[in-house]
Design a protein around this ligand. Structure first.
Ligand SMILES: Nc1ncnc2c1ncn2[C@@H]1O[C@H](COP(=O)(O)OP(=O)(O)OP(=O)(O)O)[C@@H](O)[C@H]1O
Ligand SMILES: [Mg+2]
Length: 395
């Protein structure tokens, strides 16, 4: 490390030079601010500058400012030399970016200690810079790996879809008797195969949806839609599951609820996912309800509640993470891959909405989410609309 001495008095140069050399640093001298600035720019080894406050042309404070505004790649430690009693100058110098000051006539030993403090700060700054660079590189690597993983998931899922369709068709032909008579036992096995094909198709579709949503490649088709229409479609998919468990389903959707501005297929997916979860986690004859209410202005607040097993408080933050499932025996008995809620969250965010959950163990859970209202053909600023009027922090 070299030390720059900027002072118009040659006597001061000699004393400071001796002080630096005693500490085994090489000193570079400049007689004015301009000369000092050129040397700092040219010589990368200069890391500590001892600058006189009063210099012809560029003064000490100005030189400090120039250093702070232009020397980003390596930290320059600046010690300002001021005259005795000039406390206003000290304040100005520190404001301009000086790290420390020494009052003239200075104490030789004190100056040496201040240079050593400077060296310590420079070392710390260098270590910080190295760590920052390291972190930047690691972050970049993680971004690349994540993209690679998303591409991989997407390619594999695509490749799995084609043979799976052909297996599905083959099983369906055999089960339908088109390839000859099948016994009751064979039908049982074929039914089992069909159920698993369906399960596998759902997992592959979920993986594809999530990788598209994560990459921002999910194409959305926003249109004016009634929430009731989406709910009816979702319920038609879930009818058998609801009846099988004798679930009491209630909806409280005001007749005059304003229409939504959404991608109806995606919102059917959201509602289906949430109700499907509720069905999984309520006991037989349990209750599931859906409500919807306009929020002031631009959004509608929708809730899906159940009287199920509930979610432990410490899990509430992580259930929207992909593959996250609550590790309880009952949860594991019902199956699933833990992708549903992460897809739900991403779809809602694509609509500029938010989702959060409230739950009490043994009493049930409520998922609240917001979707934008239809506001006429012109929807200026849809993508930057801020959410207002939401009670509690939405996760
Ligand atoms: N209504 C609910 N009641 C209790 N626990 C729930 C409820 N909804 C979600 N959970 C918990 O959150 C976890 C994550 O839900 P998510 O829908 O993401 O995955 P999954 O239902 O397990 O699988 P998938 O939806 O991919 O088939 C569930 O495994 C369950 O532990
Ligand atoms: Mg689910």
């Amino acid at each position: 490390m070299k030390i720059l001495i900027a002072d118009d008095e040659l006597m001061v140069h000699e004393i400071l030079k001796a002080c630096c050399e005693e500490l085994k640093y090489e000193a570079v001298c400049a007689e004015n601010g301009q000369d000092a600035w050129e040397k700092i720019k040219e010589d990368g080894a200069i890391r500590l500058c001892i600058i006189d406050w009063m210099m012809p042309g560029i003064d000490g404070a100005e030189l400090c400012r120039m250093i702070r505004n232009h020397c980003y790649d390596r930290y320059q430690y600046v010690i300002l030399l001021t005259s005795k009693g000039a406390s206003a100058d000290i304040v100005k110098g520190l404001e301009a970016g000086a790290d420390d000051y020494v009052v003239k006539p200075f104490n030789y030993e004190e100056l040496k200690k201040r240079i050593l403090i400077g060296q310590r700060i420079i070392d710390l700054e260098d270590r910080l810079l190295c760590a920052q660079e390291d972190l930047k590189k690691k972050n970049q690597k993680l971004i690349e790996l994540n993209e690679l993983k998303s591409d991989f998931v997407s390619i594999v899922s695509h490749e799995l879809r084609t043979p799976l369709t052909s297996i599905k068709n083959a099983v369906s032909i055999v089960r339908g008797g088109k390839a000859g008579h099948t016994t009751e036992d064979q039908q049982k096995f074929l039914l089992m195969a069909e159920r698993n094909i369906k399960r596998l198709t759902t997992i592959i579709n979920d993986l594809l949806d999530l990788s598209k949503l994560e990459a921002g490649k999910m194409r959305m088709s926003f249109q004016k839609t009634d929430l009731s229409d989406c709910l009816d479609i979702a319920l038609s998919f879930l009818k058998t599951k609801l009846t099988d468990k004798s679930i009491i389903f209630e909806k409280e959707i005001p007749a005059n609820l304003p229409p939504l501005y959404i991608d109806p297929d995606r919102i059917v997916q959201v509602i289906t996912n949430l109700i499907e979860n509720a069905i999984k986690f309520v006991p037989k004859s349990g209750q599931i309800s859906i409500t919807a209410n306009p929020l002031e202005g631009k959004f509608i607040l929708i809730s899906v509640s159940d009287t199920g097993i509930g979610i432990p408080p410490e899990e509430l933050d992580s259930i929207f993470d992909k593959f996250h499932q609550v590790a309880k025996p009952l949860t594991r008995k019902v199956g699933g891959t833990g992708l549903g809620l992460s897809i739900v969250k991403k779809i809602i965010e694509e609509h500029q909405g938010k989702i959060r959950v409230e739950s009490e163990m043994g009493k049930g859970s409520s998922f609240y989410f917001t979707l934008p209202q239809w506001r006429g053909k012109e929807r200026d600023g849809f993508h930057s609309t801020a959410l207002t009027g939401l009670k509690g922090e939405m996760r």
